[in-house]
Design a protein around this ligand. Structure first.
Ligand code: ADE
Length: 314
């Protein structure tokens, strides 16, 4: 009695080969092909480990999910949603962690992801206190570009936060953790189920249990605020009080907060999801192009964004 995982077991003829040409001669990939190293991160249902692909010496981050634990907690659909989101995103964007292979054995599911060598953005912000306006601009622009791509592919992240923004060896952003991601079917515009981390949750999620791609724009506003201010935009003494502040749009900017960044954050932290900058359909005055054209991004060259060196983290 096996759940259809959309994954192929190590014993099956063709392990799922997510990326086209790679490994085309021997397409059966399994855990023995990798040498597992240190733990990079741990979640409730998964452990991410550094691993070396023995045949090529290439390093990866492998997310290992415990099947029994998933099944006991009815989280198998969540794991599948994550894999489906990653497959749908493919290798089409430098700002999204790429799924290189997925396979499973009797105990675990394995997602072989790009390794982001410089860890989580959250640790950077914590270590530095806050980021420079220049740095924030660069990372906000990369986020906008990656979100544009994800949303075009019909994937909503739904739990964007600095913990889910990884930094690669060139200190560029890679969005990870699509475990709470949602695939919109064509025609479908809203997804109904509750997810998210208190400080980044959008009002529509709290009030109507509804997410749209625009919920990721709300989170973007919260993240830009946090990078510059060094603290959450919305933070109460309890989760409930945090939610109250979000519902009432109760936040203030610290003194000295960059004026253009302030204007951008205000245009993203709109209670009405449709009014957020970037939320409009392509061609409308409120579309992603309008977001890219915001004065805060005036010095950003969108064409070379993923080639330009990251500003020094300060
Ligand atoms: N932690 C979680 N996912 C990771 C990844 N892909 N690379 C590095 N560290 C991680």
């Amino acid at each position: 009695r096996d759940v259809n995982l959309g994954l192929r077991g190590a014993g099956s003829r063709a392990a799922s080969r997510v990326r086209g040409s790679r490994n085309s001669s021997a397409s059966r990939v399994s855990a023995v092909d990798f040498q597992f190293g240190e733990i990079l991160g741990e979640g409730s249902y998964s452990t991410v480990m550094r691993a070396v692909h023995r045949a090529t010496g290439q390093e990866y981050a492998i997310k290992v999910l415990d099947k029994n634990h998933l099944k006991r907690n009815n989280k198998m659909p969540t794991a599948m949603a994550e894999k489906n989101a990653l497959v749908r995103l493919g290798s089409g964007h430098p700002g999204v962690v790429r799924l290189n292979w997925a396979f499973h054995d009797d105990w675990s599911l394995y997602f072989v992801l790009d390794l982001a060598k410089n860890g989580e953005m959250q640790s950077r912000i914590s270590r530095m206190g806050s980021l420079s306006t220049e740095c924030t601009r660069y990372y906000a622009a990369q986020l906008v570009d990656a979100l544009d791509y994800m949303h075009t592919k019909g994937v909503i992240h739904r739990d964007l936060k600095p913990e889910n923004l990884l930094l690669d060896d060139a200190f560029r952003i890679k969005i990870t953790d699509f475990g709470t991601g949602k695939l919109l079917d064509s025609g479908e515009e809203k997804a109904k189920t509750f997810v998210g981390t208190a400080q980044y949750v959008s009002p529509e999620l709290l009030e109507a249990c509804e997410t749209t791609p625009s919920s990721d724009l709300w989170a973007l506003g919260c993240i830009i605020y946090q990078m510059i201010a060094g603290r959450f935009a919305f933070q109460g003494l309890s989760e409930y009080l945090t939610w109250q502040k979000i519902k009432h749009l109760e936040y203030t900017f610290p003194e000295g907060f960059d004026e253009q960044a302030k204007d951008l954050v205000q245009k993203l932290l709109q209670r009405d999801p449709e009014l957020r900058l970037g939320a409009g359909s392509p061609g409308s005055p409120n579309d992603m192009q309008a977001l890219r054209s915001h004065p805060f991004f005036a010095s950003i060259n969108w064409k070379t964004l993923w080639k330009d060196p990251a500003p020094p983290l300060e």
